[in-house]
Design a binder for this molecule. Structure first.
Ligand SMILES: Cc1cc2nc3c(=O)[nH]c(=O)nc-3n(C[C@H](O)[C@H](O)[C@H](O)COP(=O)(O)O)c2cc1C
Length: 347
């Protein structure tokens, strides 16, 4: 997989050493937030807001960016913010800062506070900070190449050392039959989702064409669409039920994956979702650092009672909450746009 960077990421790549010229901790944290906002988010809504005071960063959820139909439980909005928090902490460690997270669940949409301290000794030079720039959610079929078991052991070790708390589990599914079953459930989930007009209408507002100046939403090229077609897709999704076609495409991609990662947890608490987001982002970066692609497919855990079928496959009573597929892809991808950090900073 080859990745071309958009302008924002190219700029950050060339300015990576500017951090060392900053003196005030507030400015350092703001610099690190440029990595946080590159995180994946549901429909690329970028639902985070940050407030930096002295050595702390307060992380808020932007309630205007909730997705009533695609994310009725509000799970995905918290998972997205968890991904951004993980990027922030990884970048901090690379630059010699240590971040301590306290999770919140307050009425003013504050979801976490992170306090930073200088800890040059723990600076991690073999970091994932560069992979944050190159991470993309790739869509499409995988090649036949397998992910070596030894690498999965490495991922499991990272999980055990850094994220094994709160009864969150990650299940690595490699068995072809099980992969196929999850692909079928994803296909069914897509059909259910797109049969709902409200879901389609909401989604169409977040599908944007390749020529747009918008800095959010799912851009056509990230869904493998050439420019002219990308101009039509939002309207087509809005007015026609494309569930059958989209389901089939998702089936083909998911069923070709050598690996599916399913994240389970027994509860539906906001803190758990933030932690799932952190784990998802960490494993995604570890995989992409080694040139594996990752593709998020949530229809099988979001729609109706399909999650129960996943529970049967995993032989667990814990709740499946997130799914991504991983493997090799023979394609070139381009990173997707983000709002400037300034638009996400509160005074
Ligand atoms: C919580 C969450 C849920 C997502 N669900 C899906 C999904 O079900 N299907 C899909 O194709 N992409 C899904 N995505 C991927 C986003 O659409 C993608 O992250 C966003 O468009 C930005 O693109 P990027 O990740 O390449 O930067 C999800 C991402 C997150 C963080």
């Amino acid at each position: 997989m080859k990745v071309n960077l958009d302008k924002m990421r190219l700029k950050l790549e060339t300015e990576a050493n500017l951090f060392f010229e900053l003196e005030k901790i507030e400015d350092k944290i703001k610099f690190l937030l440029r990595f946080a906002i590159l995180a994946p988010s549901t429909h690329n809504t970028q639902p985070w807001l940050f407030k930096v005071t002295d050595n702390s960063c307060l992380v808020f959820l932007n309630p205007k960016l909730k997705l009533k139909y695609a994310d009725a439980k509000n799970r995905d909005i918290y998972i997205s913010i968890g991904c951004a928090i993980e990027n922030l902490l990884i970048a901090a460690q690379y630059y010699g800062l240590e971040g301590k997270v306290t999770y919140k669940d307050s009425e003013d949409n504050l979801v976490a506070t992170i306090s930073f301290s200088e800890n040059i000794e723990k600076r991690e030079l073999e970091s994932l900070e560069k992979t944050i720039l190159y991470r993309v959610n790739s869509r499409g079929p995988f090649t036949d190449e397998k992910i070596p078991d030894i690498f999965l052991e490495h991922l499991n070790q990272i999980f055990l050392e850094n994220h094994a708390e709160n009864d969150i589990q990650v299940h690595f599914i490699k068995e072809k039959n099980d992969v196929k079953k999850i692909a079928e459930l994803t296909q069914l989930g897509m059909k259910i989702a797109h049969s709902n007009k409200d879901f389609r209408q909401e989604m169409s507002r977040w599908i944007v064409n390749n020529y747009t100046r918008r800095r959010d939403g799912m851009i056509g090229y990230s869904m493998n669409m050439p420019g002219p077609i990308s101009l039509l897709v939002s309207k087509v999704v809005r007015f026609f039920n494309m569930g059958k076609i989209m389901g089939k495409l998702n089936y083909m991609s998911v069923s070709s994956a050598p690996l599916i990662c399913v994240f389970t947890a027994p509860d539906l608490k906001t803190e758990t979702w933030l932690k799932i987001g952190r784990l998802v982002e960490r494993l995604t970066l570890e995989l992409q650092k080694e040139n594996f692609s990752t593709s998020i497919y949530l229809a099988s855990v979001e729609m109706g009672d399909l999650y129960k079928e996943i529970q049967n496959i995993l032989k667990t009573s814990s709740l499946p909450q997130f799914v991504f597929a991983s493997g090799f892809m023979d394609k070139t991808f381009k990173t997707t746009p983000r709002h400037e950090l300034e638009e996400k900073l509160l005074n």
